[in-house]
Design a binder for this molecule. Structure first.
Ligand code: PAF
Length: 283
């Protein structure tokens, strides 16, 4: 597996592959990789000739007071996982390689309400940072396909919209949430949880299962499903709900009836750790 740290090296490998007629898949990550990321690489390897993964903790998507400095990092382990899953090239730039000293003057930002909903309420600059770095990666790699996890469902919907608005010639592939055996969605941030908090964090997946069951049993009131999920989460004394919301999957607009493609998403603090989870129906 090739490891590169500069934009120039990355471009030159990818250009060569494109010239040879090979398709290229991109898996953007912030590192501290787990089986969720591995599943993205597996999907990419299965459908592209060459797979590029990026490992970059992107500062522009962290707000003041968020966990940028504390964000877990283990590049050696990341490389082992990526290589074991058949990744061809890892791009691991320094911040100074991606952004000029003094910061970027250019951002890519959706100007509709999509980045303001759900996580955007408490993380107002987050999706601007995500769209900017993902745009840069698309410009560098020019991938045929790019792979993102459904756990970050709002991110996925926003990236799909950005790709459509800016006419990027990349197919966005959304991949299912990967969970631990007991249901907890895999996340790099799970590492912040104490043993007790990890146990309590299972309220998120229990709420997901409850919501899914209510939908399966015919309930179509978004209010009833969301309230039942909130009640389930509130059973944990360590859980503090940021939001539980039902929205249209494509537009992220709040909905009253669970009809069409619907995302039911939540963010919940377990102690100091903010975790997200969701399920999608009707897509
Ligand atoms: O989902 C993530 O890990 C990040 O938001 C991404 C897409 C790699 C951009 O930094």
């Amino acid at each position: 597996m090739i490891v590169v740290t500069t934009q120039e090296e990355l471009r030159s490998y990818v250009r060569k592959w494109h010239k040879e007629g090979l398709s290229v898949g991109l898996v953007p990550t912030m590192g501290y990789l787990h089986e969720g990321h591995a599943s993205l690489v597996d999907r990419a390897v299965a459908s592209c000739d060459r797979v590029v993964a990026s490992v970059f903790v992107n500062p522009t998507q962290f707000g003041p007071g968020e966990d940028l400095q504390a964000y877990p990092r283990d590049f050696e382990h990341d490389c082992e996982l990526l290589e074991a899953h058949g990744c061809d090239l890892v791009f691991h730039p320094e911040v100074s390689e991606m952004y000029p000293v003094g910061g970027t003057a250019t951002f890519v930002e959706l100007l509709n309400d999509m980045p303001k909903q759900l996580c955007g309420v408490t993380r107002p600059i987050h999706f601007r940072g995500v769209c900017t770095v993902v745009s840069k990666l698309f410009n560098l790699v020019n991938p045929d396909k790019a792979f993102f996890g459904q756990k970050d469902a709002q991110q996925l919907s926003i990236i799909r919209r950005m790709v459509s608005d800016l006419s990027y010639g990349v197919e966005i592939v959304g991949c299912p949430i990967v969970r631990d055996e007991d249901g907890l969605a895999k996340s790099s941030r799970n590492t912040y949880l104490s043993a007790e908090e990890r146990q309590e964090a299972l309220v998120l997946s229990r709420a997901v299962r409850l919501g899914e069951k209510m939908y399966k049993d015919g309930e179509r009131s978004a209010f009833k499903v969301v309230e039942a999920m909130k009640a389930e989460i509130s059973k944990s004394s360590l859980a503090c709900i940021d939001y539980v919301s039902a929205v249209n999957l494509d537009t992220l607009e709040a909905i009253e009836t669970l009809e069409g493609p619907v995302l039911v998403a939540m963010a919940v603090y377990i102690g100091k750790t903010r975790l997200i989870d969701n399920f999608i129906v009707g897509a």
